[in-house]
Design a protein around this ligand. Structure first.
Ligand code: ADP
Ligand code: MG
Length: 331
């Protein structure tokens, strides 16, 4: 990189954007946010590491900038809250060029605008190893609207937005070197956080529990079940699948495990009273977004997966676990 640290921070500061709640932004030791009365400030952090979460020979840097924003905003969406701002920790490899930094920032700031949020601070340093992106996101939630993982009760419906498994299927194509259909590439490289959906489900008190799917349906659902102290029954034939996914599935039935346990869907998984079905379907039409009922909450603590014949199904792949050495983007 030619540009020095302060030049870079200045460039970032000029694009950081604004928000009514921002009292003090980039340029001091801390930022200061005014939390509107009757609101909670939500905070969440995600690390994105080259070689673990992404590979620079697969992703373009503009998309990586987009994704860095989306995966963080998704956590705010999952609480039913409004995203407010980000903090960007940048560890830049020495080999990184000004042009590469610019491309990443172009994608990053374009997504900040898309989600109507601002950049409130961060840190910049050199990395002697891979590219490191550490992003913290903050959001605001009106009192009484926070949707946690702990609110599911026996008899609730289990819903999921969008389609499942596309991102994991894309990763599979990349690892195999097989052709990657554009819609799958989009799902993997440029996920979209379901912000409007999350806020509406919370504001209208439709979701009883919610989380975003980052590590795969079965694993993430287990988190929700554990938090709520309940079990669930999921019907495989109900899982929402894209055209591209169905096509791949018709050639290899075992790919259904990618919809169950593949990661990075960034869809919202939520529970709701059976009496809310008509309102949730109306919301799906209004937004518009696909919302699918995939099962129900049961007593006990088991996650029971049912195949087309009504038999219990055991996936061969488990949800993504970063400490499982056999699974990483590293070749
Ligand atoms: P300090 O030494 O006090 O940590 P820095 O020189 O690291 O201060 O940062 C100066 C200002 O620039 C701070 O307000 C910080 O939040 C901001 N900043 C530094 N790096 C970034 C970045 N990558 N993105 C956004 N803001 C940044
Ligand atoms: Mg600093």
């Amino acid at each position: 990189m030619e540009a020095g640290e302060f030049e870079l921070i200045d460039k970032i500061r000029r694009q950081a954007g604004q928000g009514a709640e921002l009292q003090l932004g980039i340029g001091d030791d801390c930022s200061a946010i005014n939390v509107p009365p009757g609101h909670s400030l939500l905070t969440s952090t995600d690390l994105l590491l080259e070689g673990v979460h992404f590979r620079l020979d697969w992703t373009d840097l503009v998309s990586l900038g987009n994704k860095t924003v989306a995966v963080n905003v998704s956590d705010i969406a999952a609480m039913g809250a409004r995203p407010l701002c980000l903090y960007l920790g940048l560890g830049l490899p020495l080999s990184f060029s000004d042009r590469q930094v610019e491309q990443f920032l172009a994608g990053f700031f374009a997504s900040l605008e898309d989600y109507d949020i601002f950049l409130a601070g961060g840190d910049t340093c050199r990395s002697n190893g891979p590219l490191m992106l550490a992003v913290t996101v903050q959001g605001l939630c009106p009192e009484g609207q926070l949707v946690t993982r702990a609110g599911a009760v026996v008899g609730d419906d289990l819903w999921v937005s969008g389609t499942l498994g596309d991102s994991a299927l894309a990763l599979g194509c990349l690892l195999e070197g097989s052709p990657l259909p554009a819609p799958l590439a989009d799902r993997h490289f440029r996920p979209i956080a379901r912000v409007k959906l999350g806020q509406r489900l919370a504001a209208e008190h439709l979701a009883t529990a919610m989380l975003d799917l980052s590590d795969g349906l079965s694993g993430d659902l287990r988190h929700l079940l554990l938090s709520s102290g309940v079990g669930a029954r999921v019907v495989l034939s109900q899982l929402p699948l894209s055209e591209e996914f169905r096509q791949a599935l018709s050639g290899d039935r075992t790919l259904i495990d990618l919809a169950l346990s593949g990661g990075e869907d960034y869809e919202l998984l939520f529970t709701a009273r059976t009496g809310s079905r008509a309102r949730i379907e109306a919301l799906a039409t209004e937004l518009p977004i696909s919302l699918q009922r995939i099962g129900e909450i049961t007593s006990g603590s088991e996650l029971c997966l049912l195949d087309a014949a009504g038999q219990s199904y055991q996936p061969r792949r488990q949800a993504f676990d970063h400490f499982d050495r056999s699974r990483s983007h590293q070749p």
